[in-house]
Ligand binder design. Structure first.
Ligand SMILES: [Zn+2]
Length: 248
């Protein structure tokens, strides 16, 4: 076998060598209160990406439908893989590659439930494997504190965008904060994560939970409020009229 003197094995990168010519990938985080349209936006981003011939992997956690899918209240839904707190997202993607599937981007819904470690794994996929990551999640919990996954995404994402608020408080101001309502009253303490319905009135699908300090089996729901009415714990107009509020 003769070898050409012109051969310079190290001078020409193998085709598909993405480390040598990395395509810029990004970690983008979209956040907002409940009902602001995050899941709808997630499905829209997936649609736009797949129309360009790119292959995505959809991930979710504790989806409200109870099955692994990304679903929006406008009726759209797509199958997704369910993450649990112990899932290594890097291994998940590498397993797909090993099985011969392309993964160009990730759509991560309910990203507020990610652990800080999982957010770091997503950042590694962006930087080392050039996978684009679009994460969607709640900003704050019912105590107005950042979710852990949200906080880490704020810290690490290339781009953080607040989703255009489509949901209003009962007073007409933009709804920014999530209130947890148990048995008709707003609560400020309890487990961070209780998946429940966000319908304004208790629906048949509303979860029932039992926890110390709360009515046994009381229906849990969530309601989006403006900051003022979240602070006051006021879920609806007071029957005595707004004048009463000024006396506080
Ligand atoms: Zn309000």
């Amino acid at each position: 076998m003769s070898s050409s003197p012109l051969a310079a094995p190290d001078s020409v990168p193998a085709s598909g060598d993405r480390r040598r010519h990395p395509a810029p990938a990004h970690l983008v985080f979209f956040h907002g209160p409940m009902d602001c349209g995050k899941s709808t936006l997630a499905l829209q981003v997936d649609h736009n990406q797949s129309r360009q011939g790119r292959h995505g992997l959809l991930l979710t956690q504790g989806d409200r439908s109870g099955t692994p899918q990304i679903s929006s209240r406008v009726g759209l839904h797509r199958e997704a893989l369910e993450l649990d707190p112990g899932t290594d997202v890097r291994l998940l993607v590498r397993d797909r590659w090993a099985a011969g599937h392309r993964v160009d981007y990730l759509i991560v819904d309910e990203a507020q439930f990610l652990s800080g470690e999982q957010v770091e794994q997503l950042a590694e996929l962006v930087d080392e494997s050039h996978v684009d990551v679009y994460a969607f999640g709640l900003t704050t919990d019912f105590r107005t504190r950042l979710f852990p996954g949200t906080q880490r995404l704020f810290e690490l994402a290339d781009d953080v965008q607040r989703v255009q608020v489509e949901v209003l408080c009962w007073c007409g101001l933009p709804g920014l904060l999530n209130a947890r309502v148990v048995g008709g009253a707003m609560v400020r303490e309890g487990a961070t994560v209780v998946v429940a319905d966000t319908a304004p009135a208790p629906a048949p699908s509303t979860d029932s939970v039992e926890r110390a300090g709360e009515p046994e089996g009381a229906a849990v729901r969530y309601q989006v409020l403006c900051r003022r009415h979240h602070v006051r714990g006021q879920l609806e107009p007071t029957p005595t009229g707004p004048g009463q509020l000024a006396l506080r």
